[in-house]
Design a protein around this ligand. Sequence first.
Ligand code: ADP
Ligand code: MG
Length: 230
Amino acid sequence: MPLLEVENLLKAYTGPDGSRHGVVDIPGFVMGEGEAVALAGPSGSGKTTFLHLVAGILAADSGRVRIDGSDLAGMAEHERDRFRARHVGYIFQTFNLLQGFTCMENVLLGMSFGHGMDRGRAEALLRRVGLGERLHHYPRQLSTGQQQRVAVARALAGKPRIVLADEPTGNLDPHHAQEALALIREACAENGSALLLVSHDRDILARFGHVASLLEINRACAGVARPNTR
Ligand code: ADP
Ligand code: MG
């Protein structure tokens, strides 16, 4: 059984004039256990919407999103929230750390909605991402790259089956972007978590053996401008 199985997934938004705009129309997408896949696509191709649907942050209009056989599309919002807390890690482009809480507290809070808080594991994860000396610092006391590493530790806190990363290196310079990507991939591998990472950065995509293109798998992309390919 595949780890992630997407079938006939549809999502449309209603515009200001009441018209409907299809944003995601994906007949099929599959990932195996522990696999690392990059999803390419220009701005507006539905990358964030797709990841939100896979994470259950957004509800699909129709179709199936199965993780380990459980269909998120058939769940109520509170069930999706619970499922996500236990099985899915999410790394946001802008990190979404809670500013009023320390690194440790951010990771512990990430655990609290899932399998429960584990101080030992939270500390070990923060040490793993190189923040052993910053456990009790607040996000504003960290560099951008360090904040991103807290987000990586938090995403892995609940031992997720899959980590979804939305342009996780988009706010980093090229050197730190490659460093962050290596860390995300190693940390996911160590935790046995599959990784689905979306990006439009060629240097990042080049690091993946398995790259899928939203322009190819998302039929709603027909009107999205294709980047210059020489
Ligand atoms: P990407 O992450 O690839 O840039 P998004 O998934 O953010 O793409 O957006 C895809 C399309 O859906 C865009 O045209 C965007 O304007 C539209 N969209 C995204 N979120 C909403 C929303 N909440 N309401 C209406 N339209 C939206
Ligand atoms: Mg996006």
